[in-house]
Design a binder for this molecule. Structure first.
Ligand code: NAD
Length: 472
């Protein structure tokens, strides 16, 4: 999808950001060129039977960088999918994985369909055929290319992909690791569904915990009390809004395709979703003001604006009217290059997609490890851990002559389950990566968080190539 009719395309925009960071390095031009290009693109056309006839479906898989394998990236189902968009998203995956130290190259897939126009059986047929096409060209496999969910897809589609793959490779011991984001019953990991939203929350919390940065924006430290607007109530938007609300944010605005709603005193995210289920729309939610057309929600009053739908949402037209002090990019590529310049000039802090929405691929990495090791996180050590804590508490009680209340005892003694380990690994990843990026922002000539994030990624990818001795 082109980002703006007159401006650079999505992939060109990503490369503009890359070039800005590359200008701060002294790597050989050939190395920079190699990192920037999209290594392989597979364009696919296949027929499906529909409405008594045939329909040709267009799809893509792009592998941006093989500096580490497997390559990894989601599969998107949308009527706006095109090759440029898939290449851009694959490139973002390369940089994202590097920023959060997930040892994969970047990839992305897309199928040009409006999911709302197809039955579940047709979606299954399309997903299975798309997977078969990837298998034919060796574009999928635990050590080759590992898809995951993205816009318009979820655990259901990932289960179909896994099932199709295992039918082609009966007995392959690593088959489960050919795709992530699967349902837990099909080898998925607990916490993957909400991982991107949870990662956005962890990242945003860290951003807001930096006193000096908040002071410069005229905001107080911490997430509590911040007024937040979220665009898109899908997987990423819903979970982000929910975790932010739980942390004490006021969710003042929410928007979906059909329109937006605003309530200065805050909206209850689950109540809005329940209302949406019942009425098929968030518009007319009791107590809230409607905003139409939906994109005007982006311009409403708030401290933090979280685009969590699609790319190209903040443009040169609406950027001057954005009232948020922080734009937190939960979606991929929501800010055009022109909008970015306007927002930065206005002193808005943009927390870039390649850092902020990396929680999904981080937990996908955990799922891949789980699938390859064939053991649930926590299974081996949990009881041993609990017994050790028990022994320690008993020793303390014996030494002090005081005993812990049963409730407190239970809390201290409890060993980690899979979900605890996944969430703690995600939290650690998002915090560590933010400080690496933050340091580059503050102590280089990066100038803004996005350039710092690209610089962080570029250095790590370049180091891999240099270690391989390809570029002496
Ligand atoms: P999703 O399909 O679950 O949800 C997207 C939502 O946005 C839908 O509810 C849709 O109706 C809504 N939407 C579409 N156009 C809109 C508009 N103009 N205004 C308001 N709402 C609109 O998709 P998702 O998985 O939540 O992905 C959202 C974004 O996050 C995408 O950019 C995706 O690439 C990115 N992302 C997703 C993941 C993941 O794990 N799913 C990981 C990283 C990044």
């Amino acid at each position: 999808m082109a980002m703006a009719q007159s401006g650079p395309s999505f992939f060109e925009t990503v490369n503009l950001y890359f070039d800005k960071a590359a200008a701060l390095t002294d790597y050989p031009q050939g190395l920079l060129d190699q990192i920037k290009v999209c290594n392989s693109v597979y364009a696919i056309q296949f027929p499906i039977r529909r409405n008594g006839g045939y329909e040709v479906i267009s799809a893509w898989r792009a592998q941006h960088s093989h500096h580490r394998v497997p390559v990894k990236g989601g599969i998107r189902y949308a009527s706006t999918v095109d090759e440029d968009e898939i290449k851009a998203l694959a490139a973002l995956m390369t940089y994202k994985c590097a920023i959060v130290d997930v040892p994969f190259g970047g990839a992305k897939g897309g199928v040009r369909i409006d999911t709302k126009k197809y039955t579940v059986q047709e979606l299954e047929q399309i997903t299975r055929r798309y997977t078969a096409e990837l298998i034919k060209k060796n574009f999928i496999g635990a050590g080759i290319d590992v898809p995951a969910p993205d816009y318009g897809t979820g655990p259901r589609e990932m289960a179909w992909i896994y099932d199709t793959y295992s039918a082609f490779y009966p007995g392959a011991i690593d088959a489960m690791a050919c795709v992530t984001g699967k349902p837990v019953t099909q080898g998925g990991v607990r916490g993957r569904v909400e991982a991107t939203g949870r990662g956005v929350f962890f990242g945003l919390r860290e951003v807001c915990n930096q006193v000096d940065d908040m002071k410069a924006l005229g905001l107080s430290r911490g997430l509590e009390g911040k007024r937040v607007i979220v665009q898109g109530l899908g997987n990423v938007g819903y979970h982000t809004a929910k975790f932010c609300q739980e942390a004490g944010c006021l969710i003042v605005g929410l928007s979906e395709r059909e329109g937006g709603i605003y309530r200065a005193e805050g909206l209850d995210v689950d109540a809005v979703v329940q209302f949406q289920k019942e009425t098929k729309s968030i518009v007319n939610f009791p107590g809230a003001r409607n905003i139409t057309p939906t994109n005007l929600t982006l311009e409403a009053d708030c401290d933090i604006l979280i685009p969590a739908a699609l790319e190209g949402q903040l443009t040169r037209d609406n950027a001057p009217k954005i009232r948020a002090r922080i734009v937190a990019e939960a979606a991929n590529g929501p800010t055009t290059a022109e909008a970015e310049k306007i927002l930065l000039d206005r002193g808005v802090l943009i927390v870039p997609d390649i850092y902020l929405n990396a929680g999904g691929v981080t937990v996908s990495y955990f799922e891949w490890i789980k699938n390859l090791s064939h053991v649930r996180f926590g299974r081996v050590g949990k009881r041993f851990e609990e017994a050790s804590f028990e022994r320690m508490l008993s020793a303390i009680e014996k030494a002090t002559g005081r005993s812990f209340p049963p409730e407190e005892r239970l809390k201290i003694v409890r060993g980690a389950d899979e979900i605890d380990l996944v969430n703690s690994g995600l939290e650690e990843t998002m915090i560590t990566a933010y400080h690496q990026v933050h340091e580059l922002w503050k102590f280089t000539r990066a100038g803004d968080l996005r350039t710092a994030a690209f610089l962080s990624a570029l250095r790590k990818v370049a180091a891999t190539y240099l270690e391989l001795g390809i570029f002496p």
